[in-house]
Design a binder for this molecule. Sequence first.
Ligand code: CTP
Ligand code: K
Ligand code: MG
Length: 181
Amino acid sequence: MALLETIVIAFWAMLPAYVPNNAAVLAGGGRPIDGGRTWGDKRMLGDGKTWRGTAAGVVAGLALAGFLSLFAGDVQSATGFDVPAFEPLAALGLAAGAMLGDILASFLKRRTGRQRGAMFPGLDQLDFVVVSLPLTALLSSEWFFDVFTWEVIAVVVVLTPILHVTTNMIAYKLGLKNEPW
Ligand code: CTP
Ligand code: K
Ligand code: MG
């Protein structure tokens, strides 16, 4: 497969996992998931992980997967690239896995003494990949292994941090996010 096609497929297949984080930033607020609870002298997750943000993120990821699926055929004809439609369970794995990865990352940040909003280089950029891909492989194995070849996964690992840094910088400049990471 040509590199350009691999990049397009990787980006397309990951969009339902990329968008939840941004939707959560836009919709976030209200009750934190941990309900304010602490573990030891630290919050379990912190005020940055809310029910509303999480729900909005999952819904946004599912909606985007549905939307992309409608156009997969047209995009295939127009470009010749084999972009996939999304199985419902694959969409769920990508969207919910992204939010779950972000929540687990916050858990790790609190355990390591980092305040809400503190950066954790590496984890911040890849937390959602680390959970969304295995969860999707579990929920929709056939679809996953069909789409996520080793080449596609390699591109995802390189592309995701670049996109993450860029979109968060833009969100910060627009005043949507408190920190540029
Ligand atoms: N957000 C949310 N619910 C989520 C994820 C994010 O409400 N599940 C919102 C919160 O308003 C959060 C903002 O999006 O402050 C930015 O997300 P993120 O950078 O992931 O959270 P942080 O505030 O940096 O918190 P943490 O240090 O725990 O990552
Ligand atoms: K995060
Ligand atoms: Mg943050």
